[in-house]
Design a protein around this ligand. Structure first.
Ligand code: OGA
Ligand code: MN
Length: 283
């Protein structure tokens, strides 16, 4: 069956079907998927019950693995491969975490509008998130199209952001949630700098790059910088730029971190929610 991509909205997010992702793909299929990613930025695959090997094999077509903070936090991984990011309210022992456990902060921080690994000095390309256990209510994931958001910027804002450089820090969103870190901990994760407006390397389209991880903007006072990021996120996440994904078990959603933002939505933290993610790097 040939690959099929059905757009959800004009130019943003498509439902992909036609192949069983448990089977190996080839370079032609990978290129077709990549072309669809360049067009739609988010692809939704339903009914793809991947095991860890299959998920990893599919991922590797789209670039080397981005380890994000895995090499820094050295958290034990319940999976077969290093490089899986545990998107779950479940500890290494498989039990649901206490809702006030320190480690649940990262899962709550995912509810801010962000993009994966923007605080790394490498460029995160795709994330691939596979759903295993989904609570009955809540826990949707939303995606925002930062290309369309850039195109729709009011002229004054477009001029303001044109040459600004954001500084992204891995711990900033967690400090917004009340976590406190020592100077050593902060220094152990050096920030990365990226322009607020970037150009997609394949399509040449400009897009905003303003995830919650931007804690400072070079040459701008901290309060003004933070309010500007807030304004840009507000602009970019208006309903016309957003796709909201309602998860079913065995969904695989992949997105281009360069030109989208995403966030998880609230769910009952005492209900099991388990997904697993891989992320690749641009080379
Ligand atoms: C992620 C993420 C949000 C969610 O997997 O990178 O931010 O809804 N997930 O779990
Ligand atoms: Mn994320």
């Amino acid at each position: 069956m040939p690959l099929k991509f059905e757009p959800v909205t004009d130019g943003f997010t498509a439902v992909a079907s036609g192949i069983d992702l448990r089977n190996p793909i080839d370079a032609d299929i990978a290129a077709e998927i990549e072309a669809a990613m360049d067009e739609f930025a988010v692809l939704v695959w339903r009914g793809q019950p991947l095991d860890d090997d299959q998920h990893m094999a599919f991922t590797k077509w789209f670039g080397p693995l981005d380890m994000g903070l895995l090499n820094v936090t050295k958290k034990p991984n319940r999976f077969k491969h290093e490089g899986f990011i545990d998107i779950a309210n479940v500890g290494a022992d498989g039990e649901i975490m206490a809702r006030d456990a320190g480690s649940i902060t990262s899962s709550i921080a995912n509810q801010f509008w962000h993009t994966d690994s923007s605080f790394m000095k490498t460029v995160a390309k795709y994330s691939l998130l596979s759903a295993r256990v989904i609570p009955e209510t809540g826990g949707d994931t939303e995606f925002a199209d930062m290309r369309a958001a850039y195109d729709a910027l009011p002229d004054d804002l477009r001029t303001i952001v044109a040459d600004l450089i954001g500084e992204h820090h891995a711990l900033y969103s967690r400090t917004l949630l009340g976590n406190r870190y020592t100077e050593d901990q902060v220094a152990g994760m050096p920030p990365a700098q990226w322009p607020l407006v970037r150009t997609h390397p394949v399509t040449g389209r400009k897009h905003l790059f303003t995830p919650i991880h931007v804690s400072r903007i070079v040459g701008v006072s901290v309060p003004e910088a933070r309010m500007l990021v807030n304004e840009l996120i507000e602009h970019a996440t208006q309903p016309q730029f957003v796709y909201r994904h309602k998860w079913q078990p065995d969904d695989l959603v992949m997105w281009d971190n360069r030109c989208t933002l995403h966030r998880g939505r609230r769910f009952d933290l005492t209900a099991r929610r388990e997904l697993r993610r891989t992320t690749t790097m641009e080379v």
